[in-house]
Write a protein that binds this ligand. Structure first.
Ligand SMILES: Cc1cc2nc3c(=O)[nH]c(=O)nc-3n(C[C@H](O)[C@H](O)[C@H](O)COP(=O)(O)O)c2cc1C
Length: 338
């Protein structure tokens, strides 16, 4: 345990938590109860602002503060129609961590967030974004590989590790995308990561409030079932989403074609088309998570879905991650020899 403590001290100190294992924000899923449960168990919970009405986000933040005195973050989607109000109220509420996702924040927005006393984390899905984010003053980076569930970048974690984690040392770097075991966590910490973030594996915890159909689809799925949406042409500049293959995924291809034709005919602008795309995902994800529509809803999941098949409590998950990490460190030591 001593070695693991040494390896993840950077992450523990930065986040102020016992285990620098972050439950990534998941729209419609990461509510105040789940976030507080993760943080109270020793990990780091992140509220998903998604495209919530601002009053609802305000209530979620207040209730999270009521349920936990441990650190947590709010995940803001910079391309959400409510983003500006979300940022304003997150700053006003003095949430300890602000995590910028979606696209990247402006340097002025990073400054506003930091002036509230919050620590700022930004996603990087390639090395030039990582550089730009560090230069804009963020406090830590979240490297997320394209193996992840939800909206994804183009580059896999294995490449990002070499481009960013092993090459840059200015701020703590957390890593996400495809992580579901303590063994891999140990190796990522050895490579210099401050901690890890998971989404998919947390779906299979008892505290995570999703419809039983949604959870069962995750439990049964194989890694190759978590596919990325193809972009129809490049006109709409659509961000890919990784989710389990179902009818909803093919509906999305039809939607893209419909929007392209409308845009060509001058009926809608590109921006409006992009809003329609996001509206589609928000609705489809909600239908799957809350109504259990596993056919037409969106089952956003990472490839790590193939590595998880049992439902655990959060405490069991953290205990297993630690136990497996310790096993991996022991093995690494043996391989290195005296
Ligand atoms: C259902 C679902 C919804 C997600 N929603 C968001 C979100 O609102 N904001 C965000 O930054 N990331 C979102 N993510 C990404 C996760 O926070 C996390 O970074 C990702 O799941 C890590 O990869 P993994 O799925 O391989 O563990 C979502 C992921 C899933 C599976």
């Amino acid at each position: 345990m001593e070695q693991l403590n040494r390896l993840w001290k950077k992450g523990q100190d930065f986040l102020g938590v016992k285990y620098p294992i972050m439950a990534g924000a998941m729209t419609w899923i990461s509510n105040h109860r789940f976030v507080a449960a993760v943080s109270n168990t020793g990990g780091f919970g992140s509220l998903a602002a998604g495209s919530m009405p601002p009053e609802e986000l305000e209530r979620e933040i207040d209730k999270t503060f009521e349920l936990t005195d441990k650190p947590f973050g709010v995940n803001l989607i910079t391309i959400s129609p409510n983003y500006k109000q979300h940022l304003e109220l997150t700053v006003r509420k003095k949430v300890p961590f602000i995590i910028f996702a979606g696209s990247f924040p402006r340097a002025s927005e990073v400054k506003i967030a930091k002036e509230s006393g919050a620590k700022v984390i930004a996603f990087a899905s390639n090395n030039s974004i990582a550089r730009r984010m560090i230069d804009s003053g963020i406090d830590a980076l979240m490297l997320e590989g394209s193996e992840a569930g939800g909206h994804i970048g183009h580059v896999s974690l294995i490449i990002l590790l070499q481009q960013v984690l092993l090459a840059m040392d200015e701020v703590p770097i957390f890593v996400a995308g495809g992580i579901a075991t303590g063994q891999l966590m140990a190796h990522l910490l050895l490579a210099g990561a401050a901690g890890v973030q998971m989404g998919t594996r947390f779906i299979l915890t008892e505290e995570c409030e999703v419809h039983p159909n949604f959870r069962e689809a995750f439990r049964k799925a194989r890694a190759r079932d978590a596919i990325a949406t193809p972009a129809v042409g490049s006109e709409l500049n659509v961000v890919a989403v990784r989710a389990l293959r179902n009818k909803g995924m093919s509906d999305f291809t039809d939607l893209q074609m419909e929007l392209i034709l409308k845009n060509r005919a001058g009926e809608i602008s590109k921006k409006e088309a992009q809003f329609e795309v996001e509206k589609f995902w928000m609705g489809a994800l909600r239908n799957a998570v809350h109504e259990g529509d596993v056919n037409r809803g969106s089952l956003m999941a990472g490839q790590s879905v193939g590595l998880v098949n049992k439902v655990q409590t959060l405490q069991e998950l953290f205990d297993e991650m630690i136990n497996d990490a310790l096993g991996a460190l022991k093995l690494a030591k043996k391989r290195l020899g005296p």
